[in-house]
Design a protein around this ligand. Structure first.
Ligand code: ATR
Length: 276
């Protein structure tokens, strides 16, 4: 029987994960299928148990289930537990094991595309949602010099800092303060949804004080270049969109399921061709 994988979310129709993972299976000659499953919050528990009962081999989890799924899993890896969100579920002899591959996926894309040594960076993370938590904890674990935080709701960023299991010097700033002090940072990571299609004119803060030697990363990939990245590029900074993070979070999940490293170039080509 073909192994069955998938992603659960609400909404899920526009997910790029099926195309990306099916391409990876085909490229390796693995007899498996990956489907998008529309699961509403009230059906989450039944869906997780049902997928176990019918022998689904593994699945991804997206908005709005990344936190809510945790009580229905049989084990949760330490990083996912710390982040407080699961995006990848793996079948084990004991049931479902939850992981978070968003942080490691971000880190792999960042290292590859920036060539930077994270342990030397003064970092600013913009945002304090689920994606920010994954990225912040991973950057702290990698030993960045400082990882300061800024967010519209300052209290959320303070909580995120105070809950970090990895010691890491971090100041919490308002968006205005971050804008003023932007020149101090060598690596800036934009994790909010501001600037995402269709609101492409928005940006979380002005980059007028940006250091041109900084590297600027935005986790959005639709559009490929947000206003924030475009403005940063105009000031001479090197930039990166969220496509690499998306591909690598998927590639790390794929490897957890199959034990095989997928061809990330082929995965990226498929996603780029869909996004046009
Ligand atoms: P995700 O899990 O995808 O990171 P989230 O948990 O909803 O999403 O977090 C969204 C982030 O974008 C938060 O940092 C949020 O700021 P608040 O904590 O103040 O809500 C930020 N965000 C979203 N829309 C925003 C806006 N219009 N202006 C400023 N920040 C915004």
């Amino acid at each position: 029987m073909r192994d069955l994988y998938g992603v659960i979310g609400d909404p899920i129709a526009h997910s790029l994960s099926p195309a990306m993972h099916n391409e990876a299976f085909r490229a390796l000659g693995i007899d498996a299928d990956y489907h998008a499953f529309h699961v509403t919050p009230e059906n989450l528990e039944a869906a997780v148990n049902g997928m176990k009962a019918i022998g689904v081999a593994g699945f991804n989890v997206t908005i709005p289930h990344k936190q809510a799924i945790m009580p229905y899993l049989d084990e949760i890896d330490l990083l996912a537990e710390t982040i407080g969100a699961v995006n990848t579920v793996v079948r084990t002899p004991h049931g479902w094991a939850g992981y978070n591959t968003d942080g490691p996926g971000f880190m792999q894309a960042l290292k590859e595309e920036s060539g930077r040594v994270i342990s030397g960076e003064k970092v600013l993370v913009i945002g304090a949602g689920g994606a920010a938590r994954a990225i912040y904890y991973t950057l702290c674990r990698e030993g960045a010099v400082t990882v300061d935080l800024c967010n519209r709701t300052v209290k959320k960023a303070e909580e995120m800092r105070d809950e970090s299991p990895f010691p890491c010097p971090s100041k919490v700033l308002t968006l205005k303060e971050a804008e003023e002090q932007l020149g101090e940072y060598t690596l800036i990571v934009q994790t909010t949804s501001i600037g995402m299609h269709p609101n492409t004119d928005a940006q979380p803060l002005s980059v007028r004080n940006l250091n041109p030697d900084a590297f600027v990363s935005d986790i959005i990939y639709n559009p490929f270049e947000t206003k924030f990245l475009n403005e940063a590029k105009k000031r001479g900074a090197r930039v990166q969109n969220g496509l690499g993070m998306f591909i690598y979070q998927g590639a790390i999940a794929f490897e957890k399921w199959t034990g095989v490293k997928p061809d990330t170039r082929k995965m990226k080509n498929v996603v780029e061709s869909i996004l046009g």
